[in-house]
Design a protein around this ligand. Structure first.
Ligand code: ADP
Length: 244
């Protein structure tokens, strides 16, 4: 079963002549351990799709199912818990809290979820070390470079065994080296079993995904699957006959 499913999702903002149909009949399934990249022109509905997948916004019609549970049947409280524990969200503009250090920003989701502060800090430091940010842990966001801020934002999104990672242009403000580092972190999370959806305008980064979904005027217009690897082609061959 897919970990995240969007079933015939539509989203309108406003009504009548001034209304906008941001999404129309979008269906998408994302398995655990897989990375789906979403590409499309500005205003095509990418951010809306991500916000609906993460329960930050409700669809006008259609259904979102996460780990078998339809969001429409969840209470506000259940959805808040889902956002705290299950969904890691990386916003376009990072959304790090200016008054907290990198380490405090990263440990915040765990602390909000009731994990004792010392334990949460320990986990955050380990994660920052993994991302090469240990030396910057005590710095505030405005003392960090764009790449460092973005790594902190991703650390905050993956902390605490989250299983769904949704990232809106996580490499948007970064140079290509940092952009690749960010994608590597997302892929590492996928290898741990996380289902990930990443909006990107960068075809090279999108090519790292298991699947690329193209969206235009609120509709999915194409989905590509990368060509099979040499190993997967060989795996289907019959075993060689035993030698006599
Ligand atoms: P993208 O992320 O691909 O640039 P968005 O999902 O942000 O596209 O937007 C899709 C469409 O929905 C656009 O026409 C945008 O103007 C509109 N839209 C997005 N959010 C809102 C909102 N809160 N109110 C009104 N219109 C919105």
């Amino acid at each position: 079963m897919s970990y995240l499913e969007l079933r015939h999702v539509a989203k309108s903002y406003g009504t009548g002549a001034t209304g906008v149909r941001a999404l129309e009949d979008v269906s998408l399934a994302v398995e655990r351990s897989s990375l789906v990249a979403v590409m499309g022109p500005s205003g095509s509905g990418k951010s809306t799709l991500l916000a609906i997948a993460g329960s930050l916004e409700a669809p006008t019609s259609g259904e979102v199912v996460i780990d078998g549970a339809p969001l429409s049947s969840m209470s506000q409280r259940d959805k808040a818990r889902l956002r705290r524990r299950t969904v890691g969200y990386v916003f376009q503009d990072f959304n790090l809290l200016a008054g907290l250090t990198a380490r405090e920003n990263v440990s915040l989701p765990l602390e909000l979820d009731g994990v004792p502060a010392r334990r949460a800090q320990h986990v955050a430091i380990a994660l920052l070390e993994e991302l090469g940010l240990a030396a910057r842990a005590a710095h505030f966001p405005d003392e960090l470079s764009g790449g460092e801020r973005q790594r902190a934002a991703i650390a905050r999104a993956v902390i605490g065994e989250r299983s769904l990672l949704l990232a809106d242009e996580p490499s948007g403000a970064l140079d290509s080296v940092n952009g690749e580092a960010v994608m590597r972190m997302v892929l590492a999370a996928c290898r741990r079993g996380v289902a990930a959806v990443v909006v990107t305008h960068d075809a090279k980064l999108a090519s790292w995904a298991d699947r690329v979904v193209f969206i235009q005027d609120g509709r999915i217009v194409d989905q590509t699957v990368p060509p099979p690897t040499a190993e997967s082609l060989v795996a289907d061959l019959p075993a060689p006959a035993p030698r006599r």
